[in-house]
Write a protein that binds this ligand. Structure first.
Ligand code: SME
Length: 261
């Protein structure tokens, strides 16, 4: 679900896109986004869920055109890509939204999206660029693709035996985390990824923002299995992160580590 909180008295507009076979998900997402403070524009007919009027002459073309006008009215679109499915009309709506500077959110993080992100990371991280530049760009790529509440890096400072805040996207965060402390320090100490479905149930969790509800932290490991830092991501949703997310984030950590150390 979308990782954004209500801004008091400000109701941004979002347009739902996706196959009309996912009628139940359209209603569910419409409700959840409305409760989060978005003005939601949806489809008017569900052609693939029984609204046969769509088959009448010219109706489908009119609806496709109308949907682009609905995108014009919005700041963002929300793609209902159940099981990763994105049909050709939706694909063209995503391209249209991006071309017009609209933010694009997805219901599911499909393998396709992750592969695109990995490709962007490979394209930007190089042996010649600085580590700070790479961490900054990776934070931006992840934030842009998935819109999480906080996305960033901590690096290991061996002399202080602490993690030091690195480049990130999101609200201000704690600057130093001790070895074994919080989720990040635990990941560093164990040298393995930690997925926290509910931060309130993680003993010692360090709350940088009261809005964070779940978290994933992935270590950046050198060839000799030394932990050089961590990638940390926070979501305002409970239970946001899956094992699949972990695998892709570990790939990203490996790209950063291999090229840099
Ligand atoms: N929650 C983390 C602290 C870092 S912030 O989430 C950005 C932790 O418990 O280590």
């Amino acid at each position: 679900m979308i990782d954004i909180e209500t801004i008091p008295n400000k109701y941004p507009v979002i347009t739902l896109c996706g196959s009309t076979r996912f009628k139940d998900e359209f209603y569910r997402v419409q409700k959840e986004l409305t409760l989060k403070g978005w003005i939601v524009i949806s489809v008017g007919l569900f052609g693939h869920s029984g609204d046969t009027e769509v088959l009448n002459d010219g109706v489908k073309e009119m609806l496709d055109d109308m949907h682009k006008r609905k995108i014009d009215l919005a700041q963002a679109i929300y793609v209902i890509n159940v099981g990763g499915y994105v049909g050709s009309s939706t694909r063209s709506e995503i391209a249209y939204a991006r071309a017009h500077g609209k933010k694009v959110f997805f219901l599911e993080r499909s393998d396709e999206m992750w592969e695109e992100v990995i490709g962007r990371v490979r394209g930007i991280v190089s042996a010649d660029s600085s580590l700070v530049a790479d961490m900054a760009n990776v934070s931006a790529i992840l934030h842009d693709a998935f819109g999480w509440w906080w996305t960033g890096f901590y690096t290991v400072d061996k002399t202080r035996n602490e993690l030091i805040l690195g480049p990130f996207q999101g609200p201000v965060a704690c600057t130093n985390i001790g070895f074994g402390k919080g989720v990040c320090g635990t990941c560093w100490a164990r040298r393995e990824s930690v997925i926290v479905p509910d931060v309130e149930k993680f003993p010692g969790h360090i709350a940088c923002s009261s809005l964070s509800k779940s978290e994933i932290v992935v270590p950046i490991l050198s060839a000799s299995n030394d932990c050089l830092g961590v990638i940390d991501i926070d979501s305002t949703n409970l239970n946001e992160f899956s094992d699949r997310d972990r695998q892709y984030l570990e790939q990203i950590a490996a790209i950063v580590a291999v090229l840099k150390y």
